[in-house]
Design a protein around this ligand. Structure first.
Ligand code: 8YV
Length: 331
């Protein structure tokens, strides 16, 4: 007799190949029109499903988790960051939570470099000139940006993505500096020729470029606070491909408006998908480069993420420990 397939509710449209495999393996409820689920729809999913597959756009908070039905055992997040889930509450309720680490590292690091270059070399601004029919020809003093070779890059969060950024930065001739909860192993530091700063404040005050690459947790909320942002050099650039909540966006906006910081490249925002009108105005004036949370948006990355989700569900349903369990020590 064949075992009953688990009911797996997937909150957003995933790549076809992932959805097809999910249909083969599970009783998969897919989101065909890809609408962001309402809290009521999510509550219904939690009440009925064996497994929930949410994404960054689903807020799985304590109030929702209180409505969990007795079938739900696993939340298999389609994403690396799990700040969309109240993991502590989920674990307390006996649920297992998994994520998709490792498979979006290189893509996110590529996007970080792209933003650094876009801001320093005015790429987004320059790319508008010809389509806007505003090009009158070359001039020696027009569209000048900043050289990145030889500058200092301060990486906030030296995990997988931070290290991948550091590898790229070395190839671009940047000096790598970093701040992390824990100092990374000496051989990694040596390979990256990276300088460790125990004090984030001291590092920030000395960097030409700062890249945010740490997860968003209660400890990193507004890590780049108004006070810390003020420590930056006036010609510094800030790039964020991690989570909007890590930077005090209001304070950053104020500094950009006042010209107290040279520029910023943001792929993530504090209140996604809402963008403050002031930040929008700065973007229109090309004083900040803004991207719509597309750091890991590659076909390959999304398929790899889906495959990770499938392996986590399958392993869990087969009675084993899934490879990408989120543990309290990671929060
Ligand atoms: C994903 C991300 O697009 O995985 C993450 O943590 O930030 C993104 O790159 C998103 O989370 C998918 O849920």
């Amino acid at each position: 007799m064949s075992k009953k397939k688990p009911l797996v509710v997937v909150t957003r449209k995933l790549p076809d190949v992932v959805e097809t495999r999910m249909r083969e393996l599970f009783d998969a409820r897919l989101n065909v029109d890809d609408h962001p689920m309402t809290q009521a729809e999510l509550a219904e999913a939690l009440r009925t499903a064996d497994v929930l597959v949410p994404t960054v756009t689903d807020k799985i908070d304590a109030q929702l988790l209180a409505q969990t039905g007795e079938n739900l055992k696993l939340i298999a997040n389609f994403g690396n960051g799990v700040d969309n889930i109240d993991v502590q509450t989920a674990l307390t309720r006996g649920l297992t939570v998994t994520n998709t680490p490792g498979v979006l590292t290189e893509d996110t690091a590529d996007m970080t470099m792209a933003l650094i270059l876009a801001v320093a070399r005015r790429i987004a601004e320059g790319s508008r000139v010809i389509p806007d029919e505003a090009w009158n020809g070359w001039s020696p003093t027009w569209m000048l940006g900043r050289r990145i070779t030889g500058k200092r890059l301060g990486i906030v969060g030296m995990g997988r993505i931070g290290q991948a950024v550091a590898r790229r930065a070395r190839a671009f001739g940047l000096q790598v500096h970093y701040h992390n909860r824990r100092r990374v192993a000496a051989p990694i530091e040596e390979t990256l020729e990276a300088t460790y700063w125990d004090s984030l404040d001291q590092m920030l005050a000395r960097m030409d470029i700062v890249s945010v690459n740490c997860p968003h947790t209660p400890a990193t909320y507004h890590l780049l606070s108004a006070r810390r942002l003020k420590l930056l050099k006036p010609d510094a650039i800030v790039v964020n491909t991690a989570r909007g909540e890590i930077i005090d966006e209001n304070a950053l906006t104020r500094m950009l408006e006042a010209g107290e910081i040279a520029g910023a490249g943001l792929d993530v925002f504090e209140h996604e998908p809402a963008i403050s009108p002031r930040l929008l105005k700065l973007a229109r004036q090309h004083r900040v480069v803004v991207l719509p949370h597309m750091g890991s948006a590659t076909h390959e990355g999304r398929i790899d993420m889906g495959e990770k989700v499938i392996v986590n569900i399958k392993t869990f349903m087969d009675g084993h420990r899934p490879p990408d369990r989120v543990l309290p020590s990671m929060l």
